[in-house]
Structure formats: structure tokens, C-alpha cells
Unconditional design. Structure first.
Length: 737
């Protein structure tokens, strides 16, 4: 159940409405309001909750409605309430069509039947046409598909005949699946294709050991060279040896050789002791030691080399061999760098041997061997890839087979335009399906039309039952004549319907639709907005009978009724008061008044004057009194309407007259102002005010009291009150004092 409206903003006449906590909806809710107060706009809020969207013209409006289960219905994101049904002017416009005396969808008039028959003939012709069109396009699609499949099968057979697939196969489905994915990169040379076929047929290769690269540690030699260069030795000076390096080297070697000889082995002359002492002094022990260290370093440098161990490239998968050989060639670059460093270092220490008495500065920064770890990593990654393939030889074979397939499929894509063939096939297939769907749609509509033509008479009978049963309209019926459905009044064709008759038929259809709705086993929420519009008093009682029968407490979850008709309002109020007074169902009925002030309306509790009395007369008098005292709270046009209604009611029950003037006779001066001074002048003031002012166009817009309007209303009200006080004092005391 709906508990209350929390707020309404910018929804038509409701600019900014906030409902008090005590203004809750109950099972039965009666809403009263004058014309243009906002009753229909309020019904549109309920209609929006029924259909799940805001009506046209109200997209900027918003509202929130609270349910009794504490859930909130918000206009910004709400879903339709399946069990809510609203009868208002929008419902009439959407569901009932009175053009040419027809009602839609319950009734179909003769003109519509003719249209349906014509549509039926066209649809039958269209159905046959689309059937033939579907057959032809299906034939063309199948032919194109057969042509394409034959080529795809040929490709699959060519791959199969290579004897590389084992127990698997490569058919037209596999070729079709692969076609969109191939590219020019899939085309292989004859040599590449042969290698792939060999791999696809081959047995597994053998695993190979990882490569190793051993680079000599030159840092220790560099440290020794630095020490040698920093070492200096002193010796006896022999000019001839200092000036002749070759002689010095020859003498130095000769001393060692003649260590145990007294005769020169070269010239056989005696070696004098003094000469030997001089030479040994020249070549001292420290000199010899440093010289030996230099010789050792040079020998060590010459022996240094880079050693490596690699598998044979032929032992690797063919596609890995080229990269492997290229990386192996980089070892030669490392050796070349090592030889250059060795040569430079040998030159450095050799120069030291020629001048061992001086210390030499040595900068190590220019002597290094590049790191071989990255090269070794790249080489071993190829070897590792090879070994992984060995471990997954079947995968490698499958990869080769896949490449072979893609080669043949790509060749086929260049020999035959499969994309164009596929487009042709799909186009034929789309045309076939479209024609088939159009044929099916036409056939479905044919069935609907035939069913509609067969059921229109029953639809008219159902509506006639409601018209006769609830509205007493035995003089009007819906009759089928020569496939034309016409409204008959007093056995004559009715060319037009009155507004009251239209309201009756619309509401009868609402009731009929509700009975035939999917809500047969669910209590609905019903909102009725002025279901008696333009009906006379007799029909008002009949409408109330329908409501009491169809929408009582056992039939509905909630009922909302809004009206501007005070007679109908009182009848509904009397009926609803039964539920309020019945024991055990307190707070079952709620009453509201829609009160318009200026350009906006508010929803308030129904005043006690309207709730506790059956006459609108006393309420209108109280409203005029309030307007005289507080003009800013009222519309000038609304107050003028109140005064006219007060005078109409008084004239009817006091003088039994429904008009103020007729054929030049002034009933106001003659009856109401009888014996009052200036009766004719005051009568003209009242008549002009009630007629010219009250029926001005501004009633649609509403005008606030102006400084000029308030004195005029005070003047008119004083005339009325004074006349009643003089001519009908008991009535004045009862209502006006």
C-alpha cells in the first residue's frame, strides 16, 4: 500500500509540496478540489507510477512516495507498479477512441473492419511473395556455400596428403576457421616449407650441454705490473752497456752462461776476475730479480687466452642455428680485445726492463676485458630453447604443422576471394531470413486480424452489458450492422455522443478491462479522477453503485477518488464514512483537499466544514470570510467563483431559480435585494462581478488579490450580507453571522 507523498517538485501546479507526517493514505482516500486546482495533475503522478515513466510535459518534475513497507518510490528511478490502475483523462485519451463512434480496443467499427479486410488481402499477397523470395535466396545461399566448401575441402586434402597429421584431419571447417587469421607472414619459401615438413615428420633431436666461456683473470697480472713499475734498482755504471741495449742483454745472458767458466766460450780468451766483478756489480741480485719478474709477467701475459666450449650448431634445430653461429662469432671479438690488451701490457713492462732504475706511474683504467656473461646468457638461451623443444617435441611438431596449414590456407586466400564469397553467402542468407521473418510476421498478423474480426462482436456485447447494468443506458447500445459497429440511440444511429455519454462508455471500458486484466487474483490499487465528469445526478448514483460493488474493501488494496463535483463528493464521503465508523477498522478512510493559491497548489487535510457537513455552501461562506480578512492568502478569481456558487445555491433553494436574469427580468433586485436601498445599482454590481469577472480567462491562470480587487470583493460581500440580514435574518444568523 501507498503510505504518503513525501514531496512533489515542479510537477505542473505542484511547485514545491511537502506533505506532513499525519497526512497518510489509508485504504480509502477521498480528494476534493475545485476545477484547475490540480486533481488531474495529482492523478498523473499515480499514472506515472503505474506505467513506470513520467508523462509528457512533466519530465522536469519529481516526486517521492513512501509505501507502508518503508520502501520509497522515486521519480528519478522507479519501476511501474503492476497492480496500480488509474482512470483519468490520460487513460481516456490512450484507451478510448470515439472517432466515428468507435471505441478502441474493445470495439472495431465498420470502417475499421474494411481496413482490416484490405490489410488481410495485402498481407496474404505479401506472405506468398515473401515465401517465394525466401526459397530463391535460400537456393542461392546454398549454391554459394557449396562452391566455397569445395575449395576449402581441397585445401584440407592437400595438407592431409603430406602425411604430417597422424590420426588427426584438416577438413573444410578447419580451413574456414583459419581463413580470417592468416596473413602474408604465413607464406613460406620452398626451403622453409620443406624444413617445416621435415620437422613435422621428424623424430626428436638430442639434448645438448650448455656452453661455457672462460675469460682469464687479468687483474692479478695488472697488480704485479703495477708493483714492477714502482720498483727501481741501482747498479754500477758501464757506459758501453748503458748505451747499447742489445749488448747489455747479450752480456747479461752471457754472465749466467759463464758462471762456472774462466775462459770466454765465444772467443776462448781468459775472463779476468776484475772484469767479472764489474759485470756482476752491474747486474746485481735486485736487478736480476726484477728482470726475472718482468720476464715472468711477459710469459704469463703471452699464455693468457679465452677458452670456450660450444655444442655443434648442426645439433640444434635448424631455425636456431643461424642465431647460434652469429653469437659464437662474437667470441673472436673478445679474443681480439684480449690480444690488444696483452700487447699493450707487454710493451709497458718491456720498457721498464730497459730502465729499471726509475719508478714508472701505471694507470690501470685503460686495460680491461669486456664481460662475457651477457654473451654466454644469450648463447645458452638458444641452447635452452633447443632443449625445451626436445622436451616438448610434440609441441614443436604441432607448431610446424600449424605453420604448414597456415601456408596453404593463405595461398588459398590469394587464389579465391573467400571474403567476397562469404559476404555473398551471408547476404543471400540475410535476404532469406528477412523474407522468412516478413512472411512469418505477415502470417502472425493475418491470424491476429482474423481473430480480431471474429471477436469484435463479443467485445461489443461485453461493453453493452456494463452500459446496461451500471449506467441504465438502455437507450444506447453498440450494434453490429453489415460489418459496421455503430452506436444506436433509441434504435437510431447516433452520429455524436455527449460528453456524459463518452465518460460513461470510457468508465465502462475501464471496469471491463479491469475485470479481464491479469489482476483477477490480486487486489489492485485504484485511482479514479472525476469518473462522473459531465454526468447528471442519476448517473452519479449509478457510478457510485459501480464503485461500491467493484471497489469495496474486499476488492481493492487501496482506493483513491478525486472529484470537483460536490454532490458526488458527499455521496462518496457518506459511503467511506461507513468504513471509518465500523468497529475494528479505525483510520481506514482519509480525506484531502487540494487548495490552489496563485500559481501553485497544496494538498491539505479536508476542513471540518466539508468533512462534517454535506453542504458545500457553509464551506464556501467560510472561505469568502477568510479572503475578506486575509486577501493575500487567496486568488481573486477563486473568491469570485466562491461567491457565484454561494449565490447560485441560495437562489435555487430560496427562490427556486437557476438564473439571476432572464429575458430582461432582474431576479436579484426583485427577490434578493427586495426593500434594500439602491437595489438596481447593487444588483448590477453583483451581476457584473459574478458573471463578467468570474468567467474571465484569468480563471485558468489564477490572479492574486490586487489592491483594486480587494475593495471590490469587500463591497460585493457587504451587499450580500446586508441583504440576508434584512430579508432572511434566520439564515443570516445560521450561516453568515
Amino acid at each position: 500500500m501507498l503510505k504518503k507523498i513525501r514531496f512533489i517538485k515542479n510537477f505542473g501546479i505542484y511547485k514545491d509540496v511537502k506533505i506532513n507526517d499525519d497526512q497518510c493514505f489509508y485504504q480509502f482516500n477521498l480528494i476534493y478540489g475545485f476545477n484547475y486546482s490540480g486533481k488531474t495533475t495529482l492523478s498523473r503522478i499515480f499514472r506515472a507510477m503505474q506505467v513506470g515513466e513520467l508523462p509528457d510535459g512533466f519530465k522536469d518534475g519529481s516526486f517521492e512516495v513512501e509505501r507502508y513497507n518503508s520502501s520509497i518510490i522515486n521519480s528519478s528511478s522507479f519501476q511501474k507498479i503492476e497492480y496500480l490502475r488509474v482512470f483519468n483523462s490520460d487513460y481516456v485519451a490512450k484507451n478510448v477512441n470515439f472517432n466515428e463512434s468507435s471505441v478502441h480496443p474493445v470495439l472495431i467499427v465498420g470502417e475499421k473492419n474494411i481496413e482490416l479486410e484490405e490489410e488481410l488481402q495485402k498481407l496474404q499477397y505479401l506472405s506468398d511473395e515473401k515465401k517465394q523470395e525466401a526459397i530463391e535466396n535460400n537456393r542461392l545461399a546454398q549454391e554459394k556455400d557449396k562452391e566455397r566448401n569445395l575449395r576449402l575441402t581441397t585445401v584440407g586434402r592437400a595438407v592431409t596428403q603430406l602425411n604430417i597429421l597422424g590420426t588427426s584431419n584438416f577438413n573444410s571447417i578447419g580451413v574456414r576457421t583459419m581463413l580470417p587469421a592468416v596473413s602474408p607472414e604465413d607464406l613460406k619459401t620452398a626451403e622453409e616449407l620443406s624444413s617445416l615438413i621435415d620437422l613435422a615428420k621428424s623424430r626428436p633431436f638430442s639434448r645438448v650441454q650448455k656452453a661455457s666461456i672462460i675469460v682469464p683473470n687479468i687483474n692479478s697480472v695488472l697488480d704485479e705490473i703495477r708493483e714492477i713499475l714502482r720498483t727501481s734498482v741501482t747498479r754500477m755504471t758501464i757506459n758501453a752497456l748503458d748505451e747499447n741495449i742489445k749488448l747489455r742483454r747479450w752480456i747479461e745472458q752471457g754472465i749466467e752462461y759463464h758462471e762456472n767458466y774462466t775462459t770466454c766460450q765465444f772467443c776462448q780468451n781468459e775472463i779476468h776476475t776484475k772484469r767479472l766483478e764489474d759485470l756482476n756489480s752491474y747486474f746485481s741480485e735486485s736487478y736480476k730479480d726484477l728482470s726475472q719478474r718482468i720476464s715472468n709477467v711477459i710469459e704469463n701475459l703471452r699464455s693468457m687466452s679465452i677458452s670456450s666450449i660450444f655444442p655443434k650448431s648442426i645439433d640444434l634445430y635448424p631455425d636456431l642455428q643461424r642465431d647460434f653461429d652469429n653469437l659464437k662469432d662474437e667470441i673472436f671479438n673478445l679474443n681480439k680485445i684480449l690480444d690488444e690488451v696483452k700487447g699493450d701490457l707487454i710493451k709497458v713492462v718491456s720498457r721498464k726492463k730497459e730502465n729499471m732504475s726509475e719508478e714508472v706511474f701505471f694507470d690501470l683504467s685503460g686495460y680491461y676485458i669486456p664481460d662475457s656473461s651477457d654473451l654466454l646468457r644469450r648463447i645458452n638461451s638458444i641452447i635452452e630453447e633447443h632443449n625445451i623443444r626436445i622436451d616438448n617435441h610434440s609441441t614443436e611438431k604441432m607448431r610446424a604443422i600449424e605453420q604448414i596449414k597456415r601456408h596453404y590456407v593463405y595461398q588459398e586466400s590469394q587464389d579465391y576471394d573467400h571474403i567476397k564469397a562469404s559476404e555473398d553467402y551471408n547476404n543471400f542468407l540475410k535476404l532469406y531470413k528477412k523474407a522468412e521473418e516478413e512472411e512469418s510476421k505477415a502470417n502472425s498478423r493475418i491470424i491476429e486480424i482474423k481473430a480480431e474480426l471474429n471477436n469484435t462482436k463479443q467485445g461489443a456485447e461485453n461493453l453493452n452489458i456494463n452500459l446496461r447494468q451500471y449506467f441504465g443506458k438502455t437507450d444506447i447500445e453498440i450494434r453490429v450492422e453489415n460489418n459496421f459497429y455503430k452506436f444506436i440511440r433509441e434504435n437510431k444511429e447516433a452520429k455524436y455522443l455527449s460528453d456524459g455519454e463518452r465518460t460513461a462508455i470510457a468508465f465502462a471500458y475501464f471496469v471491463t478491462q479491469l475485470e479481464e486484466d491479469a489482476l483477477k487474483n490480486t487486489k489492485p490499487i485504484i485511482y479514479l479522477d472525476d469518473p462522473i465528469s459531465s454526468l447528471d445526478s442519476n448517473h452519479i448514483y449509478n457510478v457510485l453503485g459501480i464503485i461500491k460493488n467493484k471497489f469495496n474493501h474486499n476488492k481493492v488494496k487501496q482506493l483513491f477518488i478525486s472529484t470537483h463535483n460536490f454532490e458526488f463528493f458527499n455521496l462518496v464521503k457518506m459511503w467511506m464514512s461507513y468504513y471509518k465508523e465500523k468497529q475494528g477498522v479505525e483510520k481506514r478512510t482519509q480525506y484531502f483537499l487540494i487548495n490552489r493559491t496563485g500559481s501553485q497548489s497544496q494538498i491539505n487535510h479536508l476542513p471540518d466544514l466539508l468533512k462534517d457537513h454535506r453542504s458545500e455552501y457553509a464551506y464556501l461562506i467560510s472561505k469568502v470570510k477568510e479572503a475578506v480578512e486575509n486577501p493575500k492568502e487567496f486568488e481573486a478569481i477563486a473568491v469570485q467563483s466562491y461567491i457565484r456558487k454561494i449565490m447560485e445555491s441560495y437562489f435555487l433553494f430560496r427562490f427556486n431559480k437557476a438564473e439571476f436574469r432572464k429575458k430582461g427580468i432582474d431576479f436579484i433586485a426583485e427577490n434578493f435585494l427586495d426593500g434594500i436601498p439602491d437595489a438596481e445599482v447593487n444588483s448590477n454590481i453583483l451581476y457584473e462581478y459574478m458573471n463578467e469577472k468570474c468567467h474571465s480567462k484569468s480563471i485558468l491562470l489564477g490572479n492574486q488579490f490586487s489592491e483594486a480587487a480587494h475593495p471590490q470583493i469587500v463591497q460585493v460581500w457587504d451587499i450580500i450580507v446586508n441583504a440576508l440580514q434584512v430579508n432572511d435574518n434566520p439564515h443570516y444568523i445560521a450561516y453568515y453571522q
